[in-house]
Each structure stands twice: as structure tokens, then as C-alpha cells.
Design a protein around this ligand. Sequence first.
Ligand code: ATP
Ligand code: MG
Length: 183
Amino acid sequence: MVDNTQEDVTCTLDIVSHSSAQTQRLGMRLGDLLSGGELLLLEGQLGSGKTTFTQGLAMGMGISELVSSPTFTLLKEYAGQMLTQTGQSPRRGPALYHFDLYRLDDPEEILDLGFEDYFYDGSGVCVVEWADKAAELWSDGHLSIRLKAMSETKRSLLLTATGPRYCELLRQFQKNTYATASS
Ligand SMILES: Nc1ncnc2c1ncn2[C@@H]1O[C@H](COP(=O)(O)OP(=O)(O)OP(=O)(O)O)[C@@H](O)[C@H]1O
Ligand SMILES: [Mg+2]
């Protein structure tokens, strides 16, 4: 699973989802592991399941508001929720910043709108649909999730972690989902 080429460590995980409920569950398991400051890049054609995955992710982060596609706004923010875990004092979970770059014409717009501050603010979780529209913008540390429709209800998910922090996140995610690693 680990490809150790000097400092640019990448790790990958292949998963097949057989329903939108399963894709949401996968998102939930990942959301459960996020502590804030993560950058998640979602790629895949229209209807491949990016928003469906993000809905689960929000649930895993304890956000009860239903996540919808932010297509007409580029960004939708969801406040972090109070989380209670047995034996621990309540804490506020990270906010979710949900981007959809489908309508983005020029990556420069992101900079003009001041969105960069979100990507590197270190406290919220950034999820970016159509991240490939601004490929040159992303820092080395991120988790990319590429979704592909294989049939009406079947989706392949290829998760690629770049950087040690994200490899560790992916390892933990894999452990929690009992999925098998590709290579
Ligand atoms: N295994 C599956 N995983 C995810 N979605 C699925 C699956 N099977 C069927 N679907 C359906 O596919 C659609 C996925 O839509 P969704 O809005 O999540 O895609 P998207 O990638 O965000 O599209 P867009 O690029 O338009 O934002 C939903 O209608 C969902 O119910
Ligand atoms: Mg979407």
C-alpha cells in the first residue's frame, strides 16, 4: 500500500460501493476520523457520488444538517457540532467547508474570492468536488478520492493519500472499513 518515494509518500486504497447507502457509510467512516485541517479532493463525473459521499462524511463529523450540492454557490459552510464521547468531556468538532468547482472557469477565481484561506486555515475540513478543475492549487498533503460509475448502482472509489498524515488517515480508514488495499 505504501509507495515510499522520498518525502512524497503516497498510499492508495480501492473500494467498490454497491449502493448510495454504502457510499454514504464509507463517507461516515472517514468523517469519523477527521479532526480538522484536512483537505479532501473529490473527482469524478456528474452523478458519480461525490455529494453522496460528502453527505456521509458530514454525518460522521456529527453534522446533522443535510448536505446538498453547493453547485450554485461554490462554497457551503457547515458549523462544527458539539461531540460527546463516553469518558471524555464534550468538544466542538471541526466545521465542514464544502466546495463545488463545477462552474469554475479559472482557478484564479479561487484566489480572488479568498478561498485559499479555507484550504490552509488548519481548523475546518475542506471537501472539494471537481477538484481537478484547480489541480495546480492543491498542496502536497491531501486525500484524493476518485469516483467512477461502473453501473447504475455500482461505483469504484480510488483513494490516494499524499503525505504521511494522509497515509495514516487512510490506514486507519482501511482498518475501520475492513477493505483491502490495492497495492
Ligand atoms: N453506489 C453508489 N454510490 C453513490 N451514488 C450512487 C450509487 N448508486 C447510485 N447512486 C446515485 O447516483 C447519484 C449520485 O449523485 P451525487 O449528487 O452524489 O453525484 P456527484 O458526483 O456529486 O454529481 P455532481 O458532479 O453533479 O455534483 C445519486 O442519485 C445516487 O443515489
Ligand atoms: Mg455533487
